[in-house]
Design a protein around this ligand. Structure first.
Ligand SMILES: Nc1ncnc2c1ncn2[C@@H]1O[C@H](COP(=O)(O)OP(=O)(O)OP(=O)(O)O)[C@@H](O)[C@H]1O
Ligand SMILES: [Mg+2]
Length: 379
């Protein structure tokens, strides 16, 4: 008995010992509690009602007021968009999330799939080398040679599985695939049917079960959505994810996300909220090209919340492993260069110019001067 309990505990520890859990595992308790308390109408094939899905993603009280269930907000801003996205998925059109890098397109798509289908892993990662077989289905060539094409030799791809299991298919960075490859979704989205012409002696098609739909994401800095065929575009509802505008909201998001990641990695560096507000301000000013009423040149690199979180994680981990208890603005400036500005000479010049303006404007702030010193020392 003791051995069995030990091995169950060991299995649980094993399951936790991964670098990152998919959303359905990371939030398993919340999802189970929502499922238990969910009274709302549910589209066929969905694990949760649209109301419960919204609550899972945006947090907040239940439909009858506070029911004592603590559900954390996972996507900040974009509330109306989240609701529209859920409605789209309950209908016959696919959902296309577009936007600048680091605006939580992938995160939202993962959370939607976890809440609606209980599985966010039926995913195609778009890329120039992706071929249709990796999306639809392929063949086990040993069985194919021995028995010919049949259900046993067919190896279902993510699309086949999503259709036969009635789940959501996630298609990440869809515009990085060739247009012809993307277009394999056209008949699937309009007729909800996948042709399998090789199955001559069996039923040569697959009909989608209720609950199937597609969430695609596309990054506006990559090859444009213009390269999608108009036939495919018409089969998606488009939603544009935007970065958070207010510096305070950005700082709060950075604090929450970085705090969670640092706790996971057991890094105990002290990160003061003022320091994060300073970083969010610097990101905002570099992105907008404006320090107060002085214009500065904007770096060409991506300066999203995701990059700001990475800067904090790298800086805090340097402090932790190299013996400093507190994260200072100088550490952030140092890592901002390595993580975000990188090796682009023009961007390095623009950042140096930004530091010059900040040093002039905020000479009375010890924190900002520390930030400037850190940035200059790293150049
Ligand atoms: N509005 C937001 N709400 C919650 N988290 C956010 C938000 N914006 C950014 N993030 C953070 O940024 C991280 C990166 O987001 P994600 O990878 O989903 O972006 P993306 O839009 O898919 O970017 P890319 O186009 O580069 O693939 C998220 O995991 C989250 O920590
Ligand atoms: Mg993404």
């Amino acid at each position: 008995m003791a051995t069995r309990r030990n091995s169950t505990a060991a299995r649980a520890a094993d399951a936790a010992a991964v670098q990152r859990q998919p959303a359905e595992q990371a939030h398993a308790q919340e999802l189970a509690a929502l499922q238990d308390s969910d009274q709302g109408p549910r589209p066929e094939g969905w694990r949760l009602s649209p109301r419960a899905v919204r609550r899972f993603i945006l947090g907040g009280p239940g439909p009858q007021g506070d029911d004592g269930l603590a559900v954390a907000r996972k996507i900040h801003g974009n509330d109306a968009l989240v609701e529209r996205a859920i409605v789209t998925l309950a209908g016959q059109r696919g959902l296309m999330l577009v936007g600048e890098p680091g605006t939580a397109k992938s995160l939202l798509s993962e959370l939607l799939a976890a809440a609606i289908s209980g599985d966010s892993k039926l995913t195609v990662q778009g890329g120039a080398g992706v071929v249709e077989e990796q999306i639809r289905y392929g063949w086990n060539y040993a069985l194919l040679l021995r028995d010919g094409p049949g259900p046993e030799s067919l190896v279902p791809g993510p699309l086949h599985r999503a259709m036969s299991e009635g789940r959501l298919l996630r298609f990440e960075e869809i515009t990085r695939c060739a247009t012809e490859v993307q277009d394999c979704l056209v008949p699937v989205l309009s007729e909800r049917l996948l042709q399998i012409p090789e199955l001559k002696h069996e039923q040569p098609w697959l009909l989608a079960r209720p609950g199937f739909n597609v969430i695609a994401t596309a990054n506006l800095r990559d090859r444009g959505v213009n390269e999608m065929s108009s036939a495919l575009k018409r089969r998606f509802n488009f939603e544009t994810m935007r970065p958070l505008e207010s510096v305070q909201a950005q700082a709060a998001l950075i604090a929450e996300e970085a705090g969670r990641a640092l706790a996971r990695q057991r890094i105990g560096t002290t990160v003061a909220p003022e320091v994060l507000t300073l970083l969010a301000t610097a990101f905002h000013e570099l992105r907008s090209g404006q320090v107060g009423d002085i214009a500065v040149e904007r770096p060409g690199t991506v300066l999203s919340t995701a990059e700001a979180i990475d800067v904090v994680l790298n800086a805090a981990s340097q402090c932790w492993y190299f013996g400093e208890a507190r994260l200072r603005p100088a550490h952030l400036a140092h890592h901002l260069l390595g993580t975000v500005i990188k090796d682009d000479d023009e961007d390095r010049r623009r950042f140096a110019e930004y530091l010059r303006v900040v040093a002039r404007q905020r000479a009375s702030s010890a924190d900002w001067l520390d930030f400037v010193d850190g940035g200059r020392a790293a150049h």
